[in-house]
Design a protein around this ligand. Structure first.
Ligand SMILES: Nc1ncnc2c1ncn2[C@@H]1O[C@H](COP(=O)(O)OP(=O)(O)OP(=O)(O)O)[C@@H](O)[C@H]1O
Length: 283
């Protein structure tokens, strides 16, 4: 079997799942991303200080905390996008599925392929809707139409866009509304069949209606994907996340104050800083 066919075959496994189902409730936590003593510096500036945290498979984990406490830095370190930031330095260990992502044998391309990323502002390529999803597939060696066509349709179905765009797949993605663009960006991330989705405030640039649609979509993706989401919207975290990690800047750097089931963090936090933040007294 050619390498390309093998890759497409491997990818197609996920597309036999059919319509999106709500994922299992996280009653049996299994760590997928294990972060141990993670510290991060931008040059001389410390952004994260010894963060230790397990993120569970198939669950949604919300990273919450005031501006500047290191949530995005934490997110970017999981797929090693921090490698691309000049002067950024990391110590500590991140293991995904038991493998150290900083091991010299870890292939960063493969790592990033397995981890989809969605940003605050939807940034579709200035290309057609179809090409936005086809391009990353081509870049990863999935080039046959017989392979790309079904994947493109499936991911557009998964994000609820197919019915809205199937008759104009070749028109510019930039003509879609903001909410549709964000769903297209999520579809693009799903196309490479990731295991993990990192989302940095994916609803914050959207109007309330579009934000609600994307939020529902994120809920439906749990179970099939392990999702880590940065959000300033505590109500949203409470609605969609299974777990919450509360960060706070202590001294110069962000630290993890408390991690737990969302309900526990919001209703009976163990730390008084968490209580003050979730009750709107501080932050
Ligand atoms: N590329 C960079 N170079 C230097 N400092 C940076 C860089 N990126 C972030 N920082 C600093 O690191 C700290 C953590 O930033 P980060 O963006 O991770 O926080 P955050 O909690 O995500 O903030 P927000 O909620 O406002 O997005 C901040 O003090 C920020 O100014």
């Amino acid at each position: 079997m050619s390498e390309q066919k093998q890759m497409a075959g491997e990818d197609n496994i996920a597309y036999t799942l059919g319509p999106m189902q709500a994922g299992p409730i996280c009653c049996d936590p299994q760590p997928l991303i294990q972060v141990e003593d993670l510290s991060l510096h931008y040059g001389a500036k410390a952004a994260l200080d010894r963060v230790t945290l397990d993120i569970h498979r198939g669950c949604i984990t919300a990273l919450i905390g005031p501006s500047g406490c290191g949530k995005t830095s934490f997110l970017l370190s999981i797929n090693r996008l921090t490698d691309l930031i000049p002067g950024c330095r990391i110590t500590g260990r991140i293991r995904i599925d038991g493998r150290d992502i900083h091991d010299p044998l870890c292939d960063v391309q493969t790592l990033r392929r397995r981890i989809g990323m969605v940003f605050q502002k939807p940034i579709p390529f200035p290309l057609s809707i179809h090409r936005n999803i086809e391009l990353p597939l081509h870049e990863h060696g999935i080039t046959r139409r017989a392979d790309t066509g079904p994947i493109i349709e499936q991911v557009l179905q998964d994000v609820g866009l197919w019915n809205e765009v199937h008759d104009r797949l070749h028109s510019p993605a930039l003509r879609l509304s903001g909410g549709q663009q964000q769903r297209l960006c999520i579809a693009r991330a799903l196309a490479l069949n990731p295991h993990i989705l990192l989302m940095d405030e994916p609803c914050s640039a959207l109007d309330p209606l579009a934000s609600g649609i994307v939020e529902d979509l994120i809920s439906r993706l749990s179970g099939r994907y392990t999702i880590v989401i940065v959000t300033h919207n505590l109500a949203q975290a409470g609605r969609i996340a299974n777990y919450a990690a509360f960060f706070w800047t202590k001294g110069q750097a962000g630290q993890l104050v408390e991690f737990g089931r969302c309900r526990q963090i919001f209703e009976s936090p163990s730390h008084e800083l968490t209580a003050a933040y979730v009750n709107g007294v501080r932050g």
